[in-house]
Design a protein around this ligand. Structure first.
Ligand SMILES: Cc1ncc(COP(=O)(O)O)c(C=O)c1O
Length: 379
């Protein structure tokens, strides 16, 4: 089976972890600091703060930007549930805007329609590693005095005109979950250019302690730290990231080139000036008589791993349909009736897309097999 996920774990990661174990400095410390320094070089971000995962990074972003219960944050429903959940953790309200039918990212025109007096921020998600239209979103945010939190959890290596994603908004958040292009096992990071935000995040991440440490607490914060063990895995991964990204890009380019003329088949479009991070290569069927479910079955029958990811938009998740009945914050905040929300493009893409393996372990020969099987399926 050609796998769509296969973390590239080798001797370097094992050596890094062994060194940490031998040092007995297991908690977050020098190895995490080293990772932050190197990730800052990789992304060009002024400040990098590692976290326990991408979800806690997003939650810290919401807190640090002082987004309050009842405030609205506009985001996409075509994403992992963590994006909008992080808004809900503090009683803020996710407002869903529809996506662009080709990039699968927030459509700026649809975002603008959703802005109200209660809107405090926009949370674009660079879905599958495809950079969002940050220029349009940033202009809009500036016009309406809104903050931007970039969910770059899937977007390692993605950039716009050479600038790494995560650096366009006030705060960018990354995930280093086991399946991501760079993994800690579990881990995440926040990037920001703002010194004050960095200090606030450092404090909130560590039980409200001042960055100097000790037992002086100026905020009610959290324990969203990581460990030196996880950071050692990440540090070894970061060394390999450029090579792993090259392999993903090569594999995705094979699909783009070899399947460009295939009728009824489409791949996600990257906006002008954008560089895709290729966390996921999503194919799409535009044929009414060929469902994504059928394609996935056929791919699997030919030893090609595949799946559908966000076929249920976030607003249709059972937890969202009953928010006003059971969720703690509903005692203080009236949430929208999400059963009335409809983002037709998100629903359509959700139904018609399927994942194609491109991870670094997939060879050019594997890609040729995938190309020929997809050609057979679509004809
Ligand atoms: C788009 C997106 N946002 C947020 C997250 C949350 O990251 P984590 O799983 O590290 O908490 C993920 C991870 O899967 C993600 O894909």
């Amino acid at each position: 089976m050609i796998k769509f996920i296969d973390p590239q774990i080798g001797q370097e990661e094992k050596d890094g972890v062994k060194e940490v174990l031998d040092s007995k400095y297991l908690a977050e410390g020098p190895v995490a600091r080293e990772f932050e320094k190197k990730f800052s070089e990789y992304t060009g971000a002024k400040h990098v703060i590692v976290t326990s995962n991408g979800t806690t990074a997003l939650h810290l972003a919401i807190r640090a930007l002082d987004i309050q219960p009842g405030d609205e944050v506009i985001t996409t429903p075509f994403t992992f549930i963590a994006s909008s959940n992080s808004i809900l953790f503090d009683g803020a309200i996710p407002i869903f805007a529809d996506i662009d039918p080709e990039t699968y990212n927030l459509n700026p025109a649809k975002v603008e329609e959703k802005i109200t007096k209660k809107t405090k921020a926009i949370m674009p998600v660079h879905i599958f590693g495809n950079p969002c239209d940050m220029k349009a979103l940033k202009d809009m945010a500036d016009d309406h005095d809104l903050k931007i939190i970039e969910d770059a959890c899937q977007a390692h290596g993605a950039s716009i005109d050479g600038k790494h994603v995560g650096n366009f908004g006030d705060i960018g958040c990354f995930s280093f979950y086991a399946t991501k292009n760079l993994t800690f096992g579990e881990g995440g990071a926040i990037v920001t250019q703002d010194e004050d935000l960095k200090d606030e995040i450092l404090c909130l991440r560590n039980h409200g302690r001042t960055p100097k440490g000790g037992y002086h607490h100026t905020r009610i914060g959290f324990n969203y730290r990581t460990t030196n063990i996880c950071s050692a895995i990440g540090l070894a991964q970061l060394e390999k990231l450029p090579t792993m990204q090259e392999a993903r890009t090569r594999n995705a380019s094979i699909l783009q080139k070899e399947l460009a003329d295939l009728e009824g088949f489409a791949m996600q479009k990257t906006p002008k000036g954008g560089k895709h991070g290729w966390h996921i290569a999503a194919g799409r069927t535009d044929k009414t008589d060929l469902t994504a479910t059928k394609i996935i079955e056929e791919l699997k029958a030919n030893d090609i791993g595949s799946r559908q990811i966000y076929n249920v938009p976030s607003y249709k998740q059972p937890a969202y349909l009953e928010l006003n009945d059971y969720y703690y914050w509903s005692k203080f905040v009236k949430f929208p009736d999400y059963s009335k929300v409809c983002c037709p493009i998100s629903e359509r893409v959700g139904k018609n897309h399927f994942e194609i393996p491109i991870q670094p372990g997939v060879t050019e020969e594997n890609m040729q097999h995938i190309v020929s099987v997809l050609r057979k399926i679509f004809s």
